[in-house]
Every structure is written in C-alpha cells, then in structure tokens.
Design a binder for this molecule. Structure first.
Ligand SMILES: Cc1cc2nc3c(=O)[nH]c(=O)nc-3n(C[C@H](O)[C@H](O)[C@H](O)COP(=O)(O)OP(=O)(O)OC[C@H]3O[C@@H](n4cnc5c(N)ncnc54)[C@H](O)[C@@H]3O)c2cc1C
Length: 315
C-alpha cells in the first residue's frame, strides 16, 4: 500500500515526486507515455524565458534537469512509465487506482495529469499495427539479444536506445528522416561511429504477416527504396497529446478542469491536483505555478500523514 501515487511525470509530477521523497512519503509516480517532461516534450527546442533562476533555458534541458533532480530519489519513489491511470475506486481509508498495468492501492492521490495524456506517435504504416516485433517502448532489452534491430527517430530517445543496444543486439541500424539529429550531438557522433546510421530515410512499408521481417525505407531526396532485414523495429517518433476527461477522478470539475482549494486538495478527501489540470481563481497555466502547486500539495499531504511534523528545509 502506497501513501501517495502521483499521476503524470510532467514538470508538476516530477517535482512533486522529488518533494515527496524529501518529506519521506512512501510514494510512486506513474506516466502514460514512454517519456518524462509532459508538454515540455512538445517544444523541446524552444527557449523558456520565465523560469526563475534561468535567464533562458531550453525546454529539453529543463525536462532533463527536473528528471535528474528526481532521479536522486528514484529508489524511494519509483517511476512507472507506460502506465496509464484509467480510474479511481474509493474504499474506506484508501483508494484503488486502476491502470493499464494493473492496480495500485494508495492512501492519497496527486493528479498531475496536465492537459491530457501523452502517447507515443505511431509508425504511419497500418500493417505495422498488428506486428508483434514493432515496439514503442522496451521493458526488457534481453528480448533483443542477438537480433537485427532497426531504431527509427532522431531525438534523444532514439539515439540513446540505439547506443544502449550496441553489444546486446546483433546489429543496430538507426534511421532518421533528416541529416541532422535533434539528440545531443555528443551521442550522435558516438552513434555514427558505433552503428549503422541511415539518413535521410523514412519508413514506408514492412513485409511479413504478424512479424515484420523487412523494413522498406524511402530516401527522402532521391525517393529510392531500400529493404533492410530486421528482427525488431523500435519506433521513437516522440509523443502526441490526447485530451483527458477530468470527470473520471471522482472530483468536482469546472470546464474540464479540477477544482482545488488553496492547499491543492480537490473536492474529495485524499485526492489532490496540481498543474495544468486544475482550476482556481487566478490560475496561470505555467511551469512555475505548476512547480509551486506541487510543493504546496506535498506540504498538505505531509501534514495529512504527519500532522505534528514541522516542515523545514533540507539541510
Ligand atoms: C508550445 C508550448 C509552449 C509553452 N511555453 C511555456 C513557457 O515558455 N513557459 C511556461 O511557464 N510554460 C509554457 N508552456 C506551458 C507548460 O508547458 C505547462 O504549463 C506545463 O507543462 C504544465 O505541467 P504539468 O506537469 O501540469 O502538465 P503536463 O506538462 O501536461 O504533463 C502531464 C503529464 O501527465 C501524463 N498523464 C496525463 N494523463 C495521464 C494518465 N491518465 N495516466 C498517466 N499519466 C498521465 C502526461 O502524459 C504528461 O506527461 C508551454 C506550453 C506549450 C504547449
């Protein structure tokens, strides 16, 4: 039984997880997509000018910094990726949170689910949907041992995974539609030395029935087609948002936003909400307010469990 489950690993959820760990709350965080950072992943290259303490910071770097700060505590507060909360059941003194990966029992819940859920962008080849060796996330790299693997995408996830698989897979081919990658240049240079990098190519078709055996690529400029043999295709095209309905959480909503009191408690005892999903008079949909609300909510949840505790700074 957890004391707290945090739904969403956007800025609000990641920072709430850090604060929960600092306050020694037995918590976990779940995220529906395979990437942390929430909306920051939609504008990775954009510069943010309104983060306190930074004259300017790139959204990708802010997402990574929030994650690295949380990662200091990942043993105390685990993060379950690809885990989508689907509904809440109230019991006496606890909740059962339903997810696509099973249930969590928890005494309190923090909704940090933002404007909606993020899901991996799919390969635009209808036939590929049924294929068991087309993956959008990998839980266990041993399934790729000694396999010919093709990784599709140009961001950090694609490049990092391709590099991770060197030495595990028999061969790794990284395919991207542009000559330039969005990923960290150091890792891109490393990838160009260590594995087969094909640019500018786009995936056009697959052969096979339920298992892809060949991937057909089209050269973006010459339109020439090439077929490469493969045992597994890993797709990292980023994520896209899916708007959530807020009325599934047993809490009062207004205009599809969750109503909260000044300590971020919803209309239901033990369920709190922060960030872009909430409404109160004067609410601003910004990162700085989402982070402040996360600290307020964790303060209130800490008081809920330890009414005697005086909240102080970490020394
Ligand atoms: C183009 C653009 C530019 C922006 N620029 C700025 C800026 O310069 N400065 C600024 O302050 N703000 C900016 N913002 C707004 C800022 O990004 C948001 O205010 C901030 O991301 C809100 O954080 P959040 O954690 O509340 O929600 P989100 O970032 O939306 O994160 C929510 C997370 O919850 C997950 N989730 C949702 N539902 C579920 C579920 N059922 N189960 C599990 N996980 C779930 C989602 O996948 C997501 O990862 C910008 C927004 C956009 C779109």
């Amino acid at each position: 039984m957890y004391d707290l489950i945090i739904i969403g690993a956007g800025p609000a959820g990641l920072y709430a997880a850090t604060c929960a760990a600092m306050n020694k709350i037995k918590a976990a965080i779940i995220e529906s997509s395979s990437e942390y950072g929430g909306q920051l992943t939609l504008y990775r290259e954009k510069t943010i000018y309104d983060m306190p303490g930074f004259a300017r910071i790139n959204a990708n770097d802010l997402a990574n910094n929030l994650y690295l700060q949380y990662k200091e505590y990942e043993d105390e507060v685990p993060l379950y990726m690809n885990t989508q909360a689907t509904g809440v059941e109230e019991h006496e003194h606890f909740y059962i949170l339903h997810t696509n990966q099973g249930i969590f029992r928890t005494k309190t819940i923090l909704l940090a689910n933002g404007g909606g859920m993020f899901q991996p962008k799919k390969l635009e080849i209808p036939k590929a949907e049924k294929m068991i060796n087309v993956h959008y996330f990998i839980k266990d790299t041993s399934i790729l041992k000694d396999k010919d693997v093709v990784v599709l995408g140009g961001g950090d996830s694609a490049v990092d995974w391709a590099l991770t698989l060197v030495g595990i897979a028999k061969s790794v081919t990284l395919v991207h539609r542009r000559h330039d990658f969005r990923a960290h240049q150091h890792n891109v240079e490393h990838a160009r030395k260590k594995l087969n990098v094909m640019t500018p190519y786009v995936a056009k078709d697959v052969t096979g029935d339920f298992t892809a055996s060949e991937l057909i690529l089209e050269h973006i400029e010459t339109k020439e087609l090439v077929a490469i043999k493969t045992d597994a295709i890993l797709v990292f095209y980023g994520v896209s948002p899916v708007k959530s309905k807020m009325d599934q959480w047993l809490v009062d909503v207004k205009d599809n936003s969750i109503m909260v009191s000044p300590n971020m408690q919803t209309s239901r005892n033990g369920i709190y909400a922060v960030g872009n999903s909430v409404f109160y008079e004067g609410k601003l949909r910004m990162i700085v307010t989402a982070l402040g609300e996360a600290a307020t909510a964790i303060g209130a949840i800490t008081k809920f469990f330890y009414p005697e505790k005086t909240l102080t700074y970490k020394h």
